[in-house]
Design a binder for this molecule. Structure first.
Ligand SMILES: [Zn+2]
Length: 476
């Protein structure tokens, strides 16, 4: 059901097959409200979205009996949510797992969701209950489901409790659902607690089999899409385009602005090509809301396409790093990317396709897989050597064949590796000698501690190493 075409970090280009057609991933499923939002499903699909999502529980409450494609007047894939969000907000809902599964089968959804019990922000005892209830629903569902052509989604609960998330994923993955979804991060999203959200996402992603697609419920602004994809979200849904439009907010990749604060519409979508800010401000509120919603979705789709290009060309890290600079919360989350590097290396081989070069901006960039891959390779080379000859960038010319050059960003490398991948392809500005020595002291000392090291000509380097417990001697 899910074909993977390319990978970068934990992101991938894929295709999820549904009976109404394929869904290209990564993608956003815009939320369509039951009461009718600013845009129709077909207007949304015309922008290029393969799938829309709507709430099965609310359609059921409304008494809708038709095929959901007829109800929405649209062709192609439709995903329905089970009503768990209402459960999170209103604490109870008037349905059960069996009823909502039967209803989703009746309205012929393409992607359905098992009724889960969202964790939200609760204490651990309550959180464990939500995990147990959700697992029970997913087990029961296996006996309830009659329409196997629906891509059934198993939500993952557990919230911020890592052991509960583990319990949840390890049991849910045994049930072999075609699609998994990280549930109820909305409280995190609304509080812009991206670092916590992305920790959860990473943990779930690394525990799931790598051939399974993963949906993220309730993603927000396009500026966080690339980070979500890099940590393994293949799909996400969002109502932000409509909620923002209702408040008169115009999305850009850097954030969102009240339309009256803008001088220009810095975008070339059909809305922004046709109208000026002053014209939008003169319109009826409903008309303006519709046009803003359209623009917001064009802006979201542009970011999805940018992400797909980045995965294709092995440049997802660069994109995530630049987007992270858009907000302090995203930057906090990006600082954790160092913790995810093992996963990046485990799930995605370092590909030499980025032979056009990659940028190292500062020390945070040194956690990119290319650099770690290099450092791991050198660690293997020096593992069996008890003594090494090393020197700094400044004295690299005096370095013989078997001598290592140390420094930013690759930490330690053989001169002979300078003309090959990845060292040759890295673009960076060397830091000041003080900063570089500091980097060496923090990062290289642990690697050299049990070695006998001869330092070629660089007196300060020899001193820093000796002062930090390395058996280092200066040679000339
Ligand atoms: Zn636009």
């Amino acid at each position: 059901m899910f074909k993977i075409k390319a990978r970068d970090l934990l992101g991938r280009l894929g295709e999820l097959q549904t009976r109404s057609g394929p869904i290209e991933t990564p993608t956003l499923a815009p939320v369509i409200s039951v009461s009718g939002g600013p845009l129709s499903a077909s207007e949304i699909k015309q922008i290029g979205f393969d799938v829309v999502i709507t709430n099965a529980y609310l359609w059921m409450r409304k008494g809708e009996e038709r095929d959901i494609h007829d109800a929405l007047n649209v062709t192609g894939p439709v995903m329905t949510d089970s009503g768990a969000y209402q459960l999170l907000v209103y604490k109870s809902i008037n349905t059960n797992n069996e009823e909502i599964i039967r209803y989703q089968e009746k309205i012929k959804t393409d992607i359905g969701v098992i009724l889960d019990t969202p964790t939200g922000m609760v204490n651990k005892t309550e959180a464990e209950l939500t995990v147990d209830k959700t697992l029970k629903s997913e087990e029961d569902a296996k006996k309830i489901i009659t329409d196997e052509e629906i891509v059934w989604t198993a939500p993952i609960q557990g919230g911020l409790y890592k052991d509960l998330l583990d319990k949840m994923v390890n049991n849910a993955k045994k049930m072999d659902y075609p699609l998994y979804a990280l549930g109820s991060p909305t409280p995190l999203m609304e509080g812009h607690m991206y670092a916590d959200l992305f920790d959860e996402l990473y943990q779930v992603k690394m525990s799931l089999p790598s051939n399974k697609p993963l949906h993220l419920f309730g993603a927000g602004h396009p500026s966080m899409f690339s980070m979500a994809v890099a940590l393994g979200a293949d799909m996400f849904d969002s109502a932000a385009y409509a909620l923002f439009a209702k408040e008169g907010r115009y999305m850009t990749i850097a954030g969102s602005e009240k339309i009256e604060n803008l001088k220009e519409l810095p975008c070339s979508c059909p809305v922004c090509s046709k109208y000026k800010v002053s014209e939008l401000l003169k319109m009826e509120k409903r008309e303006r809301e519709k046009l803003l919603a359209l623009h917001n979705l064009y802006a979201s789709m542009a970011e999805i396409k940018t992400i797909r290009n980045a995965i294709q060309s092995g440049k997802l890290w660069d994109l995530v790093e630049s987007r992270a600079r858009n907000s302090p919360e995203l930057w906090e989350a990006f600082k954790n990317f160092a913790l995810y590097s093992d996963g990046f290396l485990k799930r995605t081989a370092v590909r030499k396709i980025s032979a056009r070069g990659f940028s190292i901006i500062d020390e945070y960039s040194t956690y990119r897989p290319e650099v770690l891959w290099h450092i791991n390779s050198i660690k293997k080379i020096i593992a069996n050597r008890s003594n090494l000859v090393i020197t700094s960038r400044e004295y690299a010319n005096s370095c013989e064949k078997d001598c290592f050059v140390v420094g930013f960003p690759f930490l330690i490398t053989l001169k002979t590796l300078n003309k090959v991948y990845p060292v040759y392809f890295a673009k960076y500005t060397p830091p000041s000698p003080e900063q570089e020595l500091n980097y060496i002291q923090r990062k290289l000392v642990p690697i050299l501690r049990d070695k006998k090291v001869e330092v070629l000509r660089d007196k300060r380097l020899a001193e820093v190493l000796s002062n930090n417990g390395v058996d280092a001697t200066l040679i000339d």
